[in-house]
Design a protein around this ligand. Structure first.
Ligand code: MF3
Ligand code: CO
Length: 249
């Protein structure tokens, strides 16, 4: 069942979204060659707690940290580690979720570490564009899979692939609510979008094939062919005035 949010509930989600965006602004400044993903996790966790926000990932199905930090061929759910030192030319996808006043904000962004190769920059640009094209479809009267289709067609037109095994999701009092939002598929399918629906739209875009596998730690998702991958996510409200991105400053 898709849970519609009232204006008051959307205001709380906006507060959660703002804190998540502020945490991303912090990460953007910190990402540099030499920093570890553990240090990024510590900085974000400290910031969230100072804002009276509750990290959404820590303890979720046993997940051990407040952010996911996924380097290069890691697609999502990379566990922050003192052993993972960011290197010039790499990319790192940072996923952050937080609860404020009982509502969740969830956003991911892929950051370059120093100077990156042009073909890697192209991956980031296309994946970010795919997110915004998906958000553009989060309109009253559209169907859910219009989002999926917009993402997939843009990504594949540029020769990249979309991950099938992980999807976006409804979000609210729970980090994961109905509906699931695949990043592929034909348009015009699934539930019709109504005002008050809140969605975490999150394309995961691979340079090579779409296939992924989970490492022995049971969290880290990597591409099967070890080609690099990008992940961009915003929490968005469907409103009568069009899509409203909640995870912004
Ligand atoms: N943004 C991811 C999601 O929507 C983050 C979940 S990671 C977990 O599923 F550690 F919390 F599982
Ligand atoms: Co999410």
């Amino acid at each position: 069942m898709i849970i519609l949010k009232s204006a008051e509930e959307l205001a709380a989600m906006r507060r959660a979204g703002r804190v998540v965006a502020q945490a991303h602004a912090l990460v953007r400044e910190l990402v540099k060659p030499g920093i570890t993903t553990w240090e990024l996790n510590e900085a974000v966790e400290e910031f969230l707690l100072k804002q009276n926000a509750v990290p959404a990932f820590k303890g979720y199905q046993g997940y051990p940290a407040s952010i996911c930090a996924s380097v290069n061929e890691v697609v999502v759910h990379g566990i922050p580690s003192k052993q993972v030192v960011l290197e010039e030319g790499s990319i790192v996808s940072i996923d952050i979720g937080a609860f404020v006043d009982g509502f969740c904000g969830d956003s991911a962004w892929t950051y370059p570490v120093g100077k990156i190769a042009p073909e890697i920059q192209k991956l980031l640009t296309v994946a970010e564009q795919a997110l915004f094209l998906g958000i553009e479809q989060a309109r009253v009267g559209n169907r859910l899979s219009d989002i999926s289709h917009a993402v997939q067609s843009h990504v594949e037109a540029h020769g990249f692939s979309v991950v099938r095994d992980y999807v976006g999701h409804g979000i609210g009092r729970q980090m994961h609510e109905a509906p699931q939002i695949p990043n592929f598929g034909p348009p015009g399918r699934g539930p019709r979008l109504k005002s008050g629906i809140t969605l975490a739209i999150e394309p995961m875009v691979n340079m090579g094939g779409y296939q992924v596998e989970v490492l022995a730690d049971n969290w880290t998702v990597v591409t099967r062919d070890k080609c690099w991958s990008a992940h961009f996510e915003h929490t968005v409200a469907v409103t009568d005035e069009g899509p409203v991105i909640l995870t912004v400053l």
